[in-house]
Ligand binder design. Structure first.
Ligand code: PEP
Length: 230
């Protein structure tokens, strides 16, 4: 089964940069539905017809109303997004997001027929105190065991943008635990310092169902090398 490869542009790019990115992204058409690009929300509508699935990077936990600065699930759908990242560690930390509000975001997305990509991951402090399993369980506890169709991205915070990557056995163990927690199949992606040199090993030697790629996704040729592996 082809794996899912997600690019997370974070707060990078302009209209011209993204046009250039798509022009220089040499991917076979057959793979394009397994490649998702999480653009800044302001650019989603402009790139809805460029042949790749689009994702939001966050969404409001509310449906609509007096929530200045926020973007609803319906708005993302309107702009062409079929996926949306929720619970990214940067949003959890910088926007003070709770497990409860992240679950509300999931419900908003579900109502709008948008697939959530729900991020979980531990800090270095948690890892060093050997609390990874309970920390992840706390983040996952927003979802009951019978949840269906979840895509979870395991992104250790200490691996994001640092060049550090967990070992194959560390990733495999976490992914196994996540999959065993649920009664229905869930897809688990890995994210954190993935690049064209380490992606193949991660995809072949672990039980992940795909990758979430930050920094390396901004280079279209490098990201295409990763995407060709799915
Ligand atoms: C991310 O922040 O989602 C991410 C995976 O970043 P990077 O690939 O740059 O570590």
């Amino acid at each position: 089964m082809p794996k899912l490869i997600v690019a997370n542009f974070k707060m990078h790019g302009t209209q011209a940069f993204i046009e250039d990115w798509f022009t220089n992204f040499p991917l076979e058409k057959a793979l394009s539905k397994h490649v998702v690009v999480a653009l800044p929300a302001t650019y989603l509508a402009s790139f809805r017809d460029y042949g790749l699935c689009l994702s939001g990077q966050n969404v409001s936990s509310m449906e609509k109303g007096a929530f200045t600065s926020q973007i609803s699930a319906e708005m993302l759908k309107d702009c062409g997004a079929s996926y949306c990242i929720i619970g990214h560690s940067e949003a959890r930390e910088q926007l003070n997001e709770s497990n409860e509000s992240i679950h509300d975001k999931y419900l908003q997305l579900k109502d709008a027929n948008i697939q959530s990509i729900f991020c979980v991951g531990e800090s270095l402090e948690v890892k060093e105190s050997k609390m990874t399993e309970s920390h992840l369980e706390d983040q996952l506890s927003a979802f009951d065991n019978d949840s269906e169709g979840l895509i979870i991205a395991y992104e250790p915070i200490w691996a994001i943008g640092t060049g550090l990557v967990p070992t194959i056995s560390e990733i495999t163990e976490v992914v196994t635990n996540i999959k065993e927690r649920f009664n229905n199949p869930v897809k688990v992606l890995y994210g954190g310092s993935v690049n064209a040199s380490n992606a193949q090993n991660l995809l072949e030697k672990t039980n992940i169902d795909g990758l979430l790629v930050g920094g390396a996704s901004l280079n279209p040729q490098e990201f295409a090398k990763i995407a060709q592996l799915c």
